[in-house]
Structures are given as C-alpha cells and as structure tokens.
Design a protein around this ligand. Structure first.
Ligand code: PLP
Length: 368
C-alpha cells in the first residue's frame, strides 16, 4: 500500500469540478486582485473566528511581519518566541526590526510559559506563541504574563485555524495573529496564502496600509507600504474549503483518536498530549506528531512499507540553525527533535490506510 505524507492531487480530484468552476468564474470576470471573493472570504473568516477583522495577505509569514510592523518595534526590542516553531516566527520578528528571544518548550511541546516569564527583561516588548500542530497554548498563563508585564501578544496561528483554548479561537487572544493557507494546512489553498487577524481597529488600519502599498481602505496613500495581498482566486478556493471545514476537522480528530487509542500501548512512543491532560483544549490536528524511540529506523521501516512520514523542519529547532547566530542550549526542544516524527493525518485517509499505518508501527516495535 502507498500512503504519501501529503496527497495534494487526491484533495484536488475529490472536488475537481467545483474548483474548475470557481477558477472559471473568477477568470471570466477578470477579477484577480482585491475583488468580491476576497471580501467575502475575509468576512466569512472573521465570522468563523469571532474576530473583528480578517485581512488576506500573501502568506502567514508576511502576516506576522506586518502585525509586528504595525506595533512599531525599535532596534533592540526583544520578542519572545518558541524554539519549536517554523523559522518564520523568528524571521518575522527579525524582519520587523526586533530581536527574537527563543525559549524552550513545556510538557506539551508548545512554548513553556515558565520559560517566557524567565526570559522577560527590560528589552522585552512582546510574546509570540506558536499555536502548533493545531493545538492552542495555555493562553491563560501567557496572557497573564503579558498583562503583568504590559507587553503585547501576537500569535503565530499559522497551523491552528479552528483550534480553541477554553472555547476561544487560536488567533484571537493577542493584539493580532496570522494564519497560513499553505497547501498542507488544514485550510489550504493552491499556493501561498494567509490572513492577518485582529480585534483592534487601529492595528487593522495600519496593517491594511502596510499590505497594500500604503493605501487605506479608500485607496488613498497614507504611508509607506508593500504588496502582500491574498489573490482573489485563492480567496474563492478558501471560501469553498471553509464551508467544509468543520467536517475536515472532525475527520482529523477522529483519526487522531484512533491513533491515540491504538498506539498508546507502545512503550517506545510518546503520543501528542491529549486534550484531557492539558485541559480545555480543542485540537484540530494540523499534524499528528509523536516521539519515537529509534525514530530514524522507524521512519525507514515505514518508508519501506510505502508510508510517508515527516521529521518537521529538517529535524532542527530554530536556534539550532548555525547561520542565524544563536548561541543557546535548550535541552527539552533539542531532545524532542531527536525523536519527533509526523505520521499521515488527512481527511481523505480511509480506515484501511489508518490501520495499515498503525499495524506497521506495531510490527516495527514487535507489539502484537
Ligand atoms: C508555525 C508556522 N509559522 C509560520 C508559518 C509560515 O506560513 P506561510 O508559509 O504561510 O508563510 C508556517 C508555515 O508553514 C508555520 O507552520
């Protein structure tokens, strides 16, 4: 059996006729940039998230950078972020003119609130937690630290649309956030795409100008800006996919439940933290990332069985990329990256495939 880690063609072919119609309609109207489909999607997304503003951008990295630029960072300012994230989180801080201060992870492999508290000093202006793998951080603790220290929170919610902590959506806790629609995301488009989310009218207007050549919503140039807009075709595709989103989330959650149930006896594995242990979490399982003894051998074995897996971000935490100039040791995340492995989780996986993956892992560890 062949189970690739991603199967983009399969997702496309499931709804091919609808996608072709969407493409045809946008092209026939010649409506490519800042048109009705984008307006509609932005409204649907803000309604879905219960947020005041959702603004399409070229990708989530731009969204994060624009959110930070809206906050007027100065050289020397420090923004705290996790070592367990895509480099994009840290690079957005750097590109916005501040310094990323990377900290270790906690029991749930997300940014550790205690490590955040320890890292705060007179230069700290903000915290940028990553809502990773479709799970929201303990936002009570993080918001509390931010309020006490009078610093901002900008969430990297690239991987977590629909994920919740205490019924509140990832991406709506801080002053702003960004979500990614990169094709592999739970809500994906046909290329790069992202959205900046905020409840603040001030941030929305500054960010709006930054993402469209300094123009305000009336088209008047009010400041310097750049071009980072979400294409109309992508917005139309995303609107369509958003309608099916709850169903997609439920399918992912069901697969995760089967993995949790079937793999929990294997002593050599550490599974993602279940919602009941962290408390109050609603996870969307952007990824199912486990920690495995003899990880590399397991990955090789699964490959031989036709199962695609992924060691995320080339197996390195952000601070472990030498050229980025960090000189720190973060033991928990470094240990995590020695063992972490993502196994396939996608709405199109059928029971036979899910059990083939489970049984192959059991075979490897000689668990009957
Ligand atoms: C945690 C995290 N942050 C940021 C990004 C950047 O998103 P984009 O590719 O849309 O710029 C990603 C994307 O893959 C991500 O996983």
């Amino acid at each position: 059996m062949k189970i690739p880690f991603f199967n983009y063609p399969k997702l496309y072919l499931e709804s091919k006729n609808d996608y072709l119609q969407i493409l045809d309609s946008v092209c026939q109207n010649g409506a490519f940039i800042m048109q009705r489909e984008l307006d509609n999607f932005e409204k649907e997304l803000s309604t879905y998230l219960n947020a005041n503003f959702a603004m399409g951008v070229g990708n989530a990295t731009d969204g994060l950078e624009i959110a930070l630029m809206s906050l007027n960072l100065k050289p020397g300012d420090e923004v705290i972020c996790s070592a367990h994230t895509m480099v994009a989180t840290a690079s957005a801080i750097k590109m916005a003119g501040a310094t990323p201060k990377i900290v270790d992870i906690g029991f749930d492999n997300l940014i550790d609130p205690d490590a955040i508290a320890e890292a705060i000093n007179t230069k700290t202006v903000g915290i940028m937690p990553t809502q990773l793998n479709g799970r929201t951080c303990d936002m009570d603790k993080i918001m509390d630290i931010a309020e006490k220290n009078k610093i901002f929170v900008v969430e990297d919610a690239a991987q977590s649309l629909g994920s919740k902590f205490k019924e509140k959506n990832a991406g709506t806790f801080g002053i702003a956030s960004a979500i990614s629609f990169y094709p592999a995301k739970v809500l994906g488009c046909f290329g790069d795409g992202g959205a900046l989310i905020t409840n603040s009218e001030d941030i929305f207007h500054i960010a709006y100008q930054l993402h469209d050549h300094g123009r305000d919503t009336d088209g008047e140039i009010k400041s310097w800006g750049r071009n980072s807009r979400l294409d109309n075709i992508q917005a139309a595709v995303l609107s369509y996919n958003l309608k099916k989103y709850q169903n997609v989330i439920e399918k992912r959650r069901n697969i995760a439940e089967i993995y949790n149930r079937e793999l929990k006896e294997i002593e050599e594995l550490k599974l993602p933290v279940p919602p009941s242990k962290g408390g109050f979490h609603f996870d969307v399982f952007q990824n199912y990332e486990l920690e495995a003894k003899n990880r590399d051998e397991l990955q090789k074995y699964l490959k031989e069985k036709g199962i695609g897996t992924l060691v995320q971000w080339s197996g390195k935490a952000v601070h472990q990329w030498e050229k980025l100039g960090f000189d720190i040791v973060l033991p928990k995340v470094e240990e995590f990256f020695k063992n972490c492995l993502m196994i396939p989780i996608a709405p199109y996986l059928v029971e036979e495939e899910i059990y083939y993956i489970i049984n192959s892992i059991k075979e490897f560890y000689k668990v009957v």
